[in-house]
Design a protein around this ligand. Structure first.
Ligand code: ATP
Length: 195
């Protein structure tokens, strides 16, 4: 049986925090592949900054040439809110013999209660949390017991910080893969603050 990791997000833009989360998950829980799935319309966020096709292009550039990473358009190609429960259902159809591992960063634990159809998500996958030892300490113990925590280095990096730096004219080198940086600069993405 294949073991497939899934990282969903707005990837606005994708950065090394996302990619290292995928890399460590791959190694620590022995995954065959990690899919990066950009959300079309994220249920818990106030929209996105870069257009969907630009976010997709950056995810594709970030995973290019990495055999155990792939980008998936599953959420971009369907209308409406990008609910994880539906994404997992579609993945089970695509990979009927695979075990699914939905991977999130520790910052996302606090939001889990607000997720649409949380029980449906738990029924379809193992929810894996990448965190530094002790980072999840304040979380609800009942919820924590249902999560599979893996220790990953803490990369203090967010898409918000990258967008803010770009809008301030500061470099983003080393925060994103070089091909992603080149795409952002060539397309003028994030040059102005998002509305
Ligand atoms: P934003 O700053 O726009 O809110 P973000 O950097 O948090 O974006 P998302 O696309 O929202 O990125 O995150 C997708 C997933 O990656 C989430 O599960 C999030 O917890 C995780 N993640 C984001 N940044 C990191 C990081 N630096 N280390 C580990 N996980 C991360």
């Amino acid at each position: 049986m294949r073991r497939i990791g899934v990282i969903g997000g707005t990837f606005d833009p994708i950065h090394h925090g996302h990619l290292l989360l995928g890399r460590f998950a791959l190694e620590k829980i022995f995954l065959d592949k990690v899919l990066f799935i950009p959300a079309a319309d994220p249920p818990l966020k106030q929209g996105t900054c870069a257009p969907a096709e630009e976010r997709w292009a950056m995810v594709e550039l970030a995973v290019a040439g990495c055999a155990d990473f792939a980008a998936s358009r599953l959420e971009l190609d369907r209308p409406g809110k990008s609910y994880t429960v539906e994404t997992l259902r579609l993945l089970h159809q695509l990979y009927p013999h695979a075990a699914l591992f939905f991977i999130i960063g520790a910052d996302n634990i606090a939001q889990l209660d607000a997720w649409h159809a949380l029980e449906g998500i738990f029924a379809q996958c193992t929810v894996v949390v990448g965190a530094r030892l002790g980072e999840v300490a304040g979380s609800d113990p009942e919820l924590l017991a249902r999560l599979h925590c893996i220790e990953t280095p803490l990369i203090e990096l967010s898409s918000t910080e990258i967008r803010t730096r770009r809008a301030a004219g500061l470099p983003i080198r080393y925060m994103v893969p070089e091909a992603v940086e080149a795409h952002i600069l060539a397309k003028g993405l994030y040059a102005a603050p998002c509305s």
